[in-house]
Design a protein around this ligand. Sequence first.
Ligand code: GAL
Length: 713
Amino acid sequence: MKPNLRLFLVLFASAALSRATFGAGPHVPVAKPFDLIAWNGGRFVYGVDYYPEAWDEGQWEKDAAMMEQAGINFVRLGEFAWAKMQPEEGRFDFAWLDRALKVLNAHGIRAVLGTPTAAPPAWLYARYPDIAAMDEHGVRYRFGSRRNYCLHNPDFLAATRRIVGAIAEHYKDHPGVLGWQIDNELGGPYCYDSYCQTAFQKWCRSKYPTLAALNRAWGTIFWGHTYTAWSQVPLPWNTLYEAHSPSLALDYNRFFSDSTADYLKFQAGILRRIAPSKAITHNEMGLFDAIDYSVLNASLDFVAWDNYPMFEPDYASYYGPALGHDLMRRSIENQSFMVMEQQGGLPGWQIFWGRQASPALYRVWAYQAIAHGADGVCFFRWRTSRFGTEQYWQGILDQDSYPNARYQVVAQMGKELPKLTELLDGSKVVSEVALLVSPDSRWAFHIQPLIEGAGASGGPKANFDYNRQLHEYYDARRRQGINVDVVFPQSEFSSYKVIIAPSLFVVDAPLVSKLRQFVEQGGALVLTYRSGVKDEHNVVTDHTLPGPLASLAGVAIHEFDPQTNQEQEIDAGAAGRFPARVWFDILEPSTAEVLATYAKGYYAGKAAVTRNRVGKGWVYYVGTESSSDNFYDHGAEAVAKQAGIAIGPKLPAGVEMATRQKEGERIVFLLNYTESAQTVTLEGSYRNALTGETESGQISIPPLDVKVLSTSK
Ligand code: GAL
């Protein structure tokens, strides 16, 4: 007998025994703070993204049985099924989805339904061609692919209202539907049509009290760009050969981000009004930067994100997803989050991208999400598509449904999670260090990339890269087993001992005074080069750099040296010498002490790294970047010691440690991404949450495996 046939027979027998029934949930608004495990009836949310519309109905029962056998209790459905849900204007068809839900629910699997607006149907484009966005050259996109609509087109908004309202009405009392995912990976494209231009002008009018105030804020005196009527305010579309004003461009970025948040809020409003007992989420993209997630997420009950570790550049192969998790976790304060698309196979579109990961690594990546606070993991996708652009984007199963090695790994984890759920429930990641991400600064660096090739990671030149700096400081903490939160300018800072704010290029007065207060009360602030350069309008300060941050840093910068090709060296005295690259702020201390100097060239001996006492705290200023991990490890250790932060055990390369905690209990995750066994020495005694055994001292983690250890604290 073929192995898959044998398996199906076993599955059918076991499924019949474990049919779950769900009572209709009370019709009350979703509880806050939101708890994913409680939402899923006390089960850890463990799922797959499933597309029943693309498979024969005869396949559904087999799929659901195989899912149940693997411990799957959750699916995301329907986020690209608009054409099937609404085959023509005025006619909806949910019968097929009702049948699919019935099959899945009978196997104990509940669903989040996507609102399918990421993929408007062909008939909608045919009837309203202007729903497509327009590119910066004035060319309108057309039907095909997905996600190419205009956020301000009235016909698209009306069509959105109809489809979202119809789904909400149809499923508002369905006990097997837990909630909604709005759209899919919101984030563009930027649109430059007349709807967006009018909306942008309106946005500007609500931001600036008068046109004169806008002209002043943007400095439109430059090249005589002064506007004499609101209707003249353009979008930053492609001009002949020069860029638009950086101030106009930054406000356009904010407008686009706000427009996206408004679109999500528009959908959330419809869903909440009709179905207040269902939770609302959206699948986001970690470090993706066209949207300020801290604004967008105000309309959600919980955050979800799509995690594809194989897209990470080499320098961040396992800390890349970690940073993504930490960013998503904090993007709604203190809420549970989940991964809505966890990589389940080799990615690819027209070609396969990269080489296959060991099947065991998919499980370690999924545990990494949990280690960083996720209360749910959903793999993309159940089975690889037979059709369309993503034929080479592997799901758990391939097209033949054979229970392959990835399926076995998913099933292994599905058996483990019930043993961990009680322990994980209510536990949180607690961090003393925060990394401050400034959406304004990131946009401003995109608009003016500082030095050649900014934004591109790697390559022969040491280009400027905001995200690389985030990683340099973040990864050093992870290597020392120190948890890190990612915060935004409007986040609460007071619970942290250290805030690292790389290249805080655009700052406004409220942020400066928040940072001052944080430091005066005893916090340590780490600033790096190109900080305090621009005001909130993307206009360069007329104060000596680092502008409004100068008195905090206790330095003045009268000269700087951008270098893409040549390496400098930092002399940190007893700590040694480190290579330096990209940018060199030549620091003149006013009140700061010098921690390191430049070693080469005409500014040899001048300060490169300083530390300034402010109130009860300290401000560090790092005027450059290094290609050496040792530089960041040394800095992280010094800052942690001074701030009273415990440094974790020595971690071998390829091993990560992260912790969650709750009342009286600390959970330690040791994740081994290497193909050999690794050892970490822990103080104290731990209970292995998967085996129940006691472990202490030298703890061995098998190749491509994880240890989940708990201890009372
Ligand atoms: C994600 C997207 C999915 C799927 C996947 C693989 O970004 O949300 O719908 O396209 O990538 O390409």
